[in-house]
Design a protein around this ligand. Sequence first.
Ligand code: PLP
Length: 314
Amino acid sequence: MSDRLVYLNGKFVAERDANVSIFDSALMFGDMAFEMTRTFNHQPFKLREHLERLYNSLRLLEIDCGISIDEMEQLTLDVLARNTPTEPEDVDWQIMHDVSRGPLSVYGSVFPEGIQPTVVINCWPMITHTGGFAEKYETGVDLMIPAQQTIPAHIVDLKAKVRSRMHYRLAEFQGNRSGNRWPIMLDTDGFLAEGPGWNIFLVKDGILYTPEGRNVLLGVSRATVIELAMNLGIEVREVNLGRYEALMADEMFTTSTPYCMVHVRSFEGQDVGDGTAGPIFTQIINAWKESVGVDFVAQAQTYAERLPQWNQQQ
Ligand SMILES: Cc1ncc(COP(=O)(O)O)c(C=O)c1O
C-alpha cells in the first residue's frame, strides 16, 4: 500500500484517507480549478508558471482559496519532499493542485466547523503516466477532427484550467470510437483549437505555427516549445489555422505537461510528412531534454518496463 501523503485543507493525510465531501461544489458543478505540474530530476518544472495559471483560473471562478501563491509554492515543495522518498531516486513526479469553492452552503449543517474552500496538493509517480505513454514517442499519434467543438471564450474562457471538462471528454469518446485517434477540436469559427489535454503545433517550410491563444489553454509546454524554438532561431507564428493548413503541414506535434511533446503520425487519415518525427520536432525535443537534464523519452521507456511490477506492488 502506498505511503504517499496528500495536503488536504491544512493537514497532511495518507493518500487513502484524502477524501472530499459529497457536498463539495466540485462534485455538484465541476466548480473548481486545477493544475498539473511535473518534475525533472525531482525539480518541479515551471512551478511558478503553473501556480500563476492556477491563481488566474481561481480569479475567473471567483474562488479565494485563502492561501497566497508564495504559501502555495512552499506547500507544494513540502508535499513533494514528503513523497519523493517513497520511490527510487530516478522516479519523477506529477504534482496536482485541485482547488474548489468547498461544500455548498445549503449543506452547512454538516460542517459545524464552517465552510472552507477545498485545497488539495498531491504527488503521483510519473511511472504510470509516461510509462503508459512510452510507445507513442516511437509511433507518434493519429489525429482526427471530432464533431465536438471547443467552448467559445465568451462562455467559459478556455485560458482557465477548470474541471468543467465535459466537452473535452466527449471529444475523447469520439476519437476513441474512431480508431483510438486523438481529437483536435475546432473552435466555433472552424479553426484548429486544441485537444482534451494538449496544444497543437504545425511546421510548414521551416516555420513553426500554433493556434493563437484566443480559444485555447495557454499551455506551459506550448510556451516552452515557443521559447526553445526561438532560441534555436526557428520562426514561430501564432495564427488561425484550419484543416487545410494541417493537411499541408510538413510536421505536426502536440504538447502537454506529462509527456512534453509527441509527433503526429497522421491527420484525418493522411500521413503527416512520412509519418515519423520531423527535423524541427527533433531539434526542439532534444533542446528540451538538454535544458532539463533528463532524457524523458528514455525515462518513459524504463518506466514502461517497470510499470506492470509497480502496479502489482501498489
Ligand atoms: C485543454 C488543455 N489544453 C492544453 C493543455 C496543455 O497544457 P500544459 O502544457 O500546461 O500541460 C492541457 C493540459 O492539461 C489542457 O487540459
